[in-house]
Design a binder for this molecule. Sequence first.
Ligand code: NAG
Ligand code: NAG
Ligand code: NAG
Ligand code: NAG
Ligand code: NAG
Length: 351
Amino acid sequence: MSVGGVVVVIVGLLVIHQSNAEKSRCDVFQGSWVLVSESSSYPLYNSTSCPFIQKEFNCQKNGRPDHFYLNYTWQPHACNLSRFDGGELLRRYKGKSIMFVGDSLSRNQWQSLICMLYSSVPGANYYMETASAEVSTFTFTDFDVKVMLDHTVYLVDVVREAEGRILKLDSIQGCKRWKGIDVLIFNTWHWWNRRGATQPWDYIEVGGRLYKDMDRVVAFEKALTTWAKWVDTNVDPTNTKVFFQGISPSHYNGSTWNEPRAKSCVGQREPVAGSTYPGGLPPALAVLKKVLSRMKKHVELLDITNLSLLRKDGHPSVYGLGGMDCSHWCLPGVPDTWNLILYNRLVLLLN
Ligand SMILES: *[C@@H]1O[C@H](CO)[C@@H](O)[C@H](O)[C@H]1NC(C)=O
Ligand SMILES: *[C@@H]1O[C@H](CO)[C@@H](O)[C@H](O)[C@H]1NC(C)=O
Ligand SMILES: *[C@@H]1O[C@H](CO)[C@@H](O)[C@H](O)[C@H]1NC(C)=O
Ligand SMILES: *[C@@H]1O[C@H](CO)[C@@H](O)[C@H](O)[C@H]1NC(C)=O
Ligand SMILES: *[C@@H]1O[C@H](CO)[C@@H](O)[C@H](O)[C@H]1NC(C)=O
């Protein structure tokens, strides 16, 4: 009997070892979009079941006539993502806080997660609060789970001083709001390319010197490095999980998906087929990966750039605020997949 017991233990270890190896081979970011069957329960919510979608993202309510974009799900090549179970996430994260930090793409993902959770526990009690100019909090009060947004477009500071508005690449005061949060999901990029009237600063300060302007990718890297130093110095990975969202792509140039006559995402009704985006990856992604690779603490990249690049059909286009928007994403839509992957990481520890 004792011999049998030993054999069982050894077989058990082998099985565990093998399944971990299999999991680590699966890169959930390598895959393609598939149109799901009628019987599927995707999308997970709509503007009726989730009353918190802001107008900017609420494409169906704004009259978007086509619906195929709602029925694509992300299929990794080497494994299957587990279905979203909001109740499971709320129970596992009882008493904890999840915070998205960054620009309006973070707001997009924050609203998506609220809708995914709210729709899986219909009628749940909640409390929505805007605590400051930056921070909004949605609390699932029955579970004491906070889903938060910190709106800070550069992560580093913009400060008004005698010379004007200064973008300070070495200064990161926003971090005061990130202390004690259990899950942090950072994102910044879209504002780094702003020029003219929508650029919210007059000078860049770095290393104690003021510049009228500089290469924006260089500035982005310096700011990310400041952020990375903060994480390395202040985050305890046993208490706090840190993610970076990856670069959310825009679709304003049809040449990048081999359709030169398309001047934007307007009228796009289906994703790029297959797994490769003809236009390649945005250069900012390589910068982000370089900064993450130099860090001492582990930050997990939610590497959603490739899968989102394929979704030229996923933007509000003219069914957002009224102008043309090929940067944000309709809800329900692509950010639900970002959150499904986040969920798989948080709850199931799928590699
Ligand atoms: C999308 O899927 C739903 C069921 O989940 C189905 O009712 C609807 O017809 C599908 N729409 C399209 C455009 O395939
Ligand atoms: C929205 O979702 C609710 C609940 O899942 C469903 O009953 C309703 O039919 C949906 N409405 C639309 C317009 O899809
Ligand atoms: C994924 O799920 C499908 C059916 O839902 C199944 O046929 C397939 O074997 C699964 N793939 C993996 C890698 O588990
Ligand atoms: C669109 O993309 C193509 C291919 O990448 C590039 O050659 C072209 O300059 C771009 N056009 C604009 C208006 O950015
Ligand atoms: C992203 O796509 C590019 C080609 O478009 C490919 O070379 C690269 O391996 C992909 N990366 C991931 C993480 O899927």
